[in-house]
Design a protein around this ligand. Structure first.
Ligand code: NAD
Length: 444
C-alpha cells in the first residue's frame, strides 16, 4: 500500500483497503464512456459508407490477439504485490503491430483495446507499414520507487516477450512510460535472446539505438498540423493564442514548438491543475519548473486555473494532450477555440465532436495529429535494423514530409466526400487496411 492510499484509507485492514480501492476504480470506470464501444461503432459506420464487406468490418471491430498477465513484483518493503498488464494486437495485416505501453492506475481492457485500434488506423492514415497494438500495466508509476519501477517493467517485459519482437509487435512509450523504461524492456528481451535486439522497442535513449528527434516527434507532428490547418483556414499561426491541456511529452513539446512558431501560449495544465497568463507563458522555463517541482502550478507570472477552465478559455487553438474523453457532451458547449489539435488519443467523445462540428470548429483528429510519434518510431526501427543512424535534421525533414502528405490526403478525402476531418481520416485508414485484408485473403 503506497503513500496516497495511506492518506485515503487511514488505518483500515489491507483487505478492506484493497476492496475499497477496487470499488472506487470500478465506479470511475463505469462513469466514463467506453472508448472501445465508441470506436467499434465508428468503424461499422465508416465501413457501411465505404461499402466495405461485412466480414472485413466485423474483423476490424475486434482485436486479433489479447494477452493479459498478472505478475508479482517485489516491493522495497519486502512485500510482493500483484500487477495486471495487457498487450493487445488489433491488426497486423499491413506489417508488425505497433503501439505504446501505458502505466496508469485506471487502465482497463477496453481502454487498451481502443488504443490498439487507433494505432492500426494511425499507421494506416500516415501510410507506414505497421499494424496496431497497445500495452499497459495498471499501476501508478509516481508511487513506485525507481527500483520497483525497474522490477515491474522487467517482469512485465518478460511476460509479454512471447508476443513482441521486431518483426511481430514493437512497443514504445505512452502515458507514464519513458525512454528509460524502453531501455529496460530492450535489455530484458535482449537477455532472453542472447544478443542485443535494437528493433524490439522504439522511443529508446540514444545510447541504445534511439532515434534523434523521437522524443519531440509527437509534439512536432501536432505543431505541423496546427501550421497546416491554420494555412487551410486562411489564418495566421504567428500570434495565435493557444491553450494546452496536459504538460507531458506531447503537451509540453507542442507548446514549446508552437511558441517557437510565434504563438502565444496563454495556458497549460497537468493533472494537478492549470496556469494562465493572457500575455503568454514562457514555455521553456515552465518545462524546467515542471521538471523541478513535478507540476506547473505556482509557476511565476501566472494565475492558477482548473483543467475545466482551461478547456473553456477564449483562444484560437486548443490542444488537448492529456487523456481520453476530456471534452464530452457536458463541457463541449463551453469550448471557444476555433481550431482543435487532438494531441492525446481520443480526447473528445463522439458527442463532443458532433457538438463542436455544429459550431464549425475545425478538428484535426488524433489519428492524424499525434501520428508524429509513431512515424519517428518507424524511422527508429528502420535505423536500428540497418544499424545506420540519421541526423536530427534528416529525421525532422522526413517527418514533416510524411505529415504534410497525410494531412493533404485527409483534407482531400474530406473535401471530395464532404465529411469532416475525423471521418475523412477514418475513411482513408480503413480503406487502406481493408484493401490489404482483401488482397491477403483468409488463412487457411
Ligand atoms: P505523459 O505521461 O508524458 O503526459 C501526460 C500529461 O497529462 C501529464 O502532464 C499529466 O499530468 C497530464 N494529465 C493527466 N491527467 C490529466 C488531466 N485529467 N487533466 C490535465 N492533465 C492531465 O504522456 P504523453 O506521452 O504526453 O501522452 C499524452 C497523450 O498523448 C496520451 O493520450 C497518449 O496516448 C498520447 N500520445 C502520446 C504519444 C507519445 O509519443 N508520447 C504519441 C501519440 C499519442
Amino acid at each position: 500500500m503506497r503513500r496516497a492510499d495511506e492518506e485515503q484509507y487511514g488505518s483500515v485492514s489491507i483487505e478492506e483497503r484493497t476492496k475499497r480501492m477496487a470499488a472506487a476504480k470500478e465506479t470511475r470506470r463505469k462513469s466514463k464512456p467506453n472508448p472501445f464501444t465508441e470506436v467499434q461503432k465508428k468503424i461499422a459506420s465508416i465501413c457501411r459508407q465505404l461499402n466495405i464487406p461485412e466480414g472485413i468490418s466485423a474483423r476490424l471491430q475486434v482485436c486479433e490477439r489479447e494477452f493479459i498477465v498478472n505478475f508479482p513484483v517485489l516491493m522495497d518493503d519486502g512485500s510482493y504485490k500483484i500487477f495486471t498488464g495487457y498487450r493487445i494486437q488489433h491488426n497486423d495485416t499491413r506489417g508488425p503491430a505497433k503501439g505504446g505501453i501505458r502505466y496508469h492506475p485506471d487502465v482497463d481492457l477496453d481502454e487498451v483495446r481502443a488504443l490498439a485500434v487507433w494505432m492500426t488506423l494511425k499507421t494506416a492514415v500516415v501510410n507506414i507499414p505497421y499494424g496496431g497494438a497497445k500495452g499497459a500495466v495498471a499501476c501508478n508509476p509516481k508511487e513506485l520507487s525507481l527500483q520497483e519501477l525497474e522490477r515491474l517493467t522487467r517482469r512485465y517485459a518478460n511476460d509479454i516477450a512471447i508476443i513482441i519482437g521486431p518483426e511481430m509487435d514493437i512497443p514504445a512509450p505512452d502515458v507514464g512510460t519513458n525512454p528509460q523504461i524502453m531501455a529496460w524492456i530492450m535489455d530484458t528481451y535482449s537477455m532472453h535472446k542472447g544478443y542485443s535486439v535494437l528493433g524490439v522497442v522504439t522511443g529508446k535513449p540514444l545510447e541504445v539505438g534511439g532515434s534523434r528527434g523521437r522524443f519531440e516527434a509527437t509534439g512536432r507532428g501536432c505543431m505541423i498540423c496546427a501550421r497546416l490547418a491554420s494555412r487551410h483556414l486562411g489564418r495566421e499561426l504567428k500570434n495565435a493564442t493557444v491553450a494546452v491541456q496536459g504538460f507531458g511529452n506531447v503537451g509540453a513539446t507542442t507548446a514549446k514548438l508552437l511558441a517557437q512558431e510565434g504563438c502565444k501560449i496563454i495556458a497549460v495544465s497537468d493533472s494537478s491543475g492549470g496556469i494562465y497568463n493572457p500575455k503568454g507563458i514562457d514555455i521553456a522555463k515552465a518545462i524546467g519548473y515542471k521538471a523541478e517541482t513535478g507540476k506547473v502550478l505556482g509557476f511565476k507570472d501566472t494565475e492558477n486555473i482548473t483543467n475545466a477552465d482551461l478547456l473553456a478559455l477564449k483562444c484560437d487553438i486548443l490542444v488537448p494532450a492529456a487523456l481520453e474523453h476530456q471534452i464530452h457532451a457536458g463541457n463541449a458547449d463551453r469550448v471557444k477555440a476555433q481550431l482543435i489539435i487532438e494531441g492525446a488519443n481520443g480526447p473528445l467523445t463522439t458527442e463532443a465532436a458532433d457538438i463542436l462540428h455544429d459550431k464549425n470548429v475545425f478538428i484535426v483528429p488524433d489519428i492524424l495529429a499525434n501520428a508524429g510519434g509513431v512515424i519517428v518510431s518507424y524511422f527508429e526501427w528502420v535505423q536500428g535494423i540497418q544499424s545506420f543512424f540519421w541526423s536530427e535534421e534528416e529525421v525532422n525533414q522526413r517527418l514533416t514530409s510524411v505529415m504534410e502528405n497525410a494531412f493533404a490526403e485527409v483534407l482531400d478525402v474530406s473535401e471530395h466526400r464532404d465529411v469532416e476531418m475525423r471521418d475523412a481520416a477514418y475513411m482513408l485508414a480503413i480503406q487502406r487496411v481493408a484493401s490489404a485484408m482483401m488482397i491477403r485473403g483468409i488463412y487457411p
